[in-house]
Design a protein around this ligand. Structure first.
Ligand code: FE2
Length: 191
């Protein structure tokens, strides 16, 4: 779920636990299954690591007072997947966006809030395309979500009073793209 950000930073030093996660994800992605099935399998690999104190280095959980921050943790050499940590200070939020690939998110620390949308094309309810909010979700520490386009429009924010950190895995090369966002939506929403 990650948003337009400054260009992704180069991968930094990694913990042994993160290396183990990357190896597990490599095996899951290497099966070459459908995107939604791949996302499900990757979510299973991610879940046991969430909250572990030895998953991330202190530098990989540093925030930015100006905006939520992306730390690129791994980009697979063949471009088949990437792992990033997103660090949110209280109140920081994404735009409404969708994604270039399958995506798995897991809350490592704190709590994230998410609003999901459906896009109604122009002519359905008015002259302009419109976003309809379909679901509000609270993702507590340890929760995992996986999805694949289409139908993956959402906005995410930190609604808790402390720093939140989440792991995001994408079926794309974030070291090259800089972001997983396919499109930012600046459209009327129903609420
Ligand atoms: Fe997203």
């Amino acid at each position: 779920m990650a948003p337009p950000l400054s260009a992704a930073a180069a991968p930094t030093t990694r913990t042994a636990r993160l290396d183990a996660l990357v190896a597990d994800v490599r095996e899951a992605v290497g099966r070459g299954l459908a995107p939604d099935v791949t996302a499900y399998l990757v979510g299973e690999k991610l879940a046991p690591h969430l909250g572990a104190r030895d998953l991330l280095t202190p530098a990989q959980t540093e925030g930015d007072p100006e905006r939520y921050r992306q730390h690129l943790l791994h980009a697979e050499d063949d471009g088949s997947f990437s792992v990033v940590a997103l660090v949110w200070l209280p109140g920081q939020a994404t735009s409404v966006h969708d994604h270039v690939s399958w995506c798995v998110t897991g809350v490592h620390r704190g709590e994230e809030h998410e609003r999901r949308y459906r896009l109604l094309p122009a002519g359905a309810v008015g002259e302009r395309a419109t976003l309809v909010a379909t679901e509000d979700v609270t993702n507590p520490q340890g929760s995992v979500c996986g999805f694949a386009p289409p139908g993956d429009i959402h906005r995410v924010w930190n609604g808790c009073g402390e720093k939140a950190v989440s792991l995001h895995l994408y079926g794309a090369d974030i070291s090259r793209l800089g972001t997983s966002v396919r499109r930012v939506y600046d459209l009327p929403a129903d609420r």
